[in-house]
Write a protein that binds this ligand. Sequence first.
Ligand code: ASP
Length: 356
Amino acid sequence: MNVRQVSLRRWAALKGWTTRRSFTSSVILAVLSFASPAAAQLPSIRVVATGGTIAGTGSGDLSAADLVARIPELSKVARISTEDFSRIGSSSMTPELQHRLARRINELFASPDAPAGIVITHGTDSLEETSFLLDLLIESDRPVVFAAAQRPPSEPDSDGPRNLLNAVRVAASPQARGAGVLVTLNGEIHAARDVRKTHAVSLDAFKSPDGGGPVGHIDGSHVVIGRKPLRRLTLRPQAVEPRVELLTLTAGSDGRLILAAAEFAQAIVLEVFGRGNMAPVIMQAVGKVREKGVIVVFTTRTRGGRVELSTEANAAGVISGEDLDGLKARMLLVAALGVTRDPKVLQSYFERLAGR
Ligand code: ASP
């Protein structure tokens, strides 16, 4: 149902007309054919809802159509259609669901009446992971923009409606074409490769510290995109590999967690110290799991900068995650292991995403 349909349905209800779908739909179609030609010129944007605080309390109370109906201004920006993908808090997202979402977006863009852009509403908790996986898997250069909220619709100052309106503005903007998957909150536009949730409650929680900050912003009704991300990669896996674990070294880590993870994981992302440092006992554990054939990627736990592999790590066939943080490095493996298990090819993917 699009926004015009939502408001027409409300208008029909006010007039005391029946709200039966078939009757309403024909009234809507009839009225739409006389609707302003300006509206027909607007880009078509699909809003796909997955749940999250933007839709309710975390379990996703509002549907995509409900979310859209709450923002009348949307009808001046785009012709909106909606669909519900899921209604979950994003802490319940899984690689399989994320992959299914990516396939759905590719399907929408491949259809004869493909929208000009797609907005995905999502929880903030795993937004940085889902948006990056989609950045790796979406084949179209049409805009895909994530919208989320830190405050639910029940709050008088919820940030959801503004963030959704802004996301639709970005998705409808020709500037967003070829910019990869974008994330829009708090008036800023971030590249999926770089964005991180950095605060549990602040409205200004999403940052791209290592990517040089946001790629753009929304100024009133104007979308301003200053640069497009160059460090991108598109993969086409048939299936994704969810059995990728993320571990962080701490002072005193003795390697037992690494050995335990190797019992079930196909790959381990290890956030090591600084530029690539670790106690000898850790390198011994890594050597053992590599002998079992488990893929190991090192990233830095500093959340900034690049990892440089030692001679021993290189000899053991460890992969450098370059400057991706642990969460993003894991998502790259989730997608890439559906394409190859060759450490050299996997290393080349990380290097491509590091701009090398
Ligand atoms: N629990 C929520 C989620 O689905 C938090 C949020 O959306 O801000 O991620």
